[in-house]
Design a protein around this ligand. Structure first.
Ligand SMILES: C[S@@+](CC[C@H](N)C(=O)[O-])C[C@H]1O[C@@H](n2cnc3c(N)ncnc32)[C@H](O)[C@@H]1O
Length: 313
C-alpha cells in the first residue's frame, strides 16, 4: 500500500516551533514527512532539518518525498531517544526546535500489515520498528495473567482489564493468538454485552495498551525529555503533539517541572536542589485542532499540542 498520512495542525506546529530561515530543527517522528515538508519550506535554503523515525517504511517514503530538499534535510532510521548521539555525529551542539508528533501514522494503522487495527485481519505484530523488540503476538501469548491485567489497565486505562486478561489466557490455552481480528474477538468476548455497544470499539483500549507496551512508547517519551531541553539552543522550542491522555499527562507534567525548575518540597525554607527554571510554557492549555480540520481528518480529533521555549538569551 502507498504511504498515507495527513499531518495534524501543521500551521500551529510551524508557528509554535518558530520556524525561521537559516535555523536548525529536528522532526523526531518523521512519518510521511508532512510536518517536515512544511518546516523545510519555512526555513528555506539556509536552514536544516534532521528527520528521525523508527519505522523503515516511513524512512523510505520520506527519503523520496523530501528528496528535492536535499542537502537541507538529513534522515535517520533510529529512535528519537538517540538524538544526542545523532547530533554528536553531525557535530551539532544545539538546535532551534524539536517536534514530536506521537502516535501512529495512517499508513501504520491501515497499510503496514502489522496488526495495529482491530478492523483488519493481520499478523499481530504492532512493532513500529519491525527489526527490533518483541511482537504483540509474543507479549499476549507469553505474559502472565497478572502482568497482562496490569498492562491493559495502566496503558489502556481499561476498567475491565482483569476480565480481558483472563479471557486472553483462557483463549491461548486453546489456541495461540496470532492475528489482530482473533485478538479483537477475544477482548470483545470478555466485555459484557451491554457495554459492547458504546461509541468506541470494545478492543480500542486494549489495542492501545498492547501497542504502547510493544513499542515502549511512554518510556521513550519520558527518557527523551531529559535530553531534549539540553539539546535546544536558548529560545529554542520543543513542541509535542499527543493523541491520548497518558502521553499528554507526561508532556504537561514534564513541562511544568522544567518551568518551575526547583524541585525542593515547599516546606524547605530555601532551595537546596540548586535547579533553576529552564523553560517557559507557551501553551497554558493544549492547542486543539479546529472543527474543519477534524471533519477533514478524523485522526486529528484527539490531538493536543503543547509547546515550551528554552530560557536564555
Ligand atoms: C503520527 S506519525 C508522524 C507523522 C508525521 N508528523 C507526518 O507529518 O507525516 C508518528 C511517527 O512516529 C514514529 N515514532 C514513534 N515513536 C518513535 C520513536 N521513539 N522514535 C522514532 N520514531 C518514532 C512512528 O513510527 C510514526 O511514523
Amino acid at each position: 500500500m502507498q504511504y498515507r498520512h495527513v499531518p495534524v495542525m501543521v500551521k500551529e506546529v510551524i508557528e509554535y516551533l518558530n520556524c525561521l530561515p537559516g535555523k536548525t530543527y529536528v522532526d523526531g517522528t518523521l512519518g510521511g514527512g508532512g510536518h517536515a515538508k512544511a518546516i523545510l519550506e519555512a526555513i528555506g535554503s539556509d536552514g536544516s532539518l534532521i528527520g528521525i523515525d523508527k519505522d523503515p517504511d516511513a524512512i523510505a517514503h520520506a527519503g523520496k518525498s523530501l528528496h528535492s530538499f536535499k542537502p537541507n534535510v538529513q534522515i535517520f532510521h533510529d529512535n528519537f531517544t538517540n538524538l544526542p548521539e545523532i547530533l554528536s555525529r553531525l557535530h551539532i551542539t544545539g538546535v532551534d526546535g524539536i517536534l514530536l508528533d506521537l502516535g501512529l501514522s495512517l499508513y501504520q494503522l491501515e497499510g503496514s500489515g502489522r496488526g495495529f487495527s482491530f478492523m483488519r485481519d493481520e499478523p499481530l505484530d504492532m512493532r513500529m520498528n519491525p527489526e527490533q523488540g518483541q511482537t504483540a503476538e509474543e507479549l499476549v501469548n507469553r505474559l502472565s495473567k497478572k502482568r497482562l491485567a496490569e498492562l491493559i489497565s495502566r496503558y489502556g486505562e481499561e476498567p475491565r482489564a482483569a476480565r480481558i486478561a483472563k479471557s486472553i489466557v483462557d483463549s491461548r490455552h486453546q489456541q495461540a493468538i496470532q492475528s489482530s481480528l482473533q485478538f479483537a474477538e477475544i477482548v470483545k468476548k470478555a466485555i459484557p454485552a451491554k457495554y459492547r455497544r458504546g461509541r468506541i470499539h470494545p478492543a480500542t483500549r486494549t489495542f492501545q495498551a498492547i501497542r504502547i507496551a510493544v513499542n515502549q512508547e511512554l518510556e521513550a517519551l519520558e527518557k527523551f525529555f531529559d535530553d531534549a531541553i539540553n539539546l535546544l539552543n536558548p529560545r529554542g522550542r520543543f513542541c509535542v503533539l499527543s493523541f491520548h491522555s497518558l502521553e499528554d499527562r507526561i508532556v504537561k507534567e514534564r513541562f511544568k517541572v522544567l518551568a518551575r525548575g526547583c524541585t525542593c518540597p515547599p516546606r524547605f525554607p530555601q532551595c537546596v536542589c540548586g535547579k533553576v527554571p529552564q523553560v517557559s510554557i507557551l501553551t497554558k492549555k493544549p492547542v486543539r485542532p479546529g472543527q474543519a480540520e477534524v471533519q477533514a481528518n478524523p485522526m486529528a480529533r484527539s490531538a493536543k499540542l503543547r509547546a515550551a521555549e528554552r530560557l536564555g538569551d
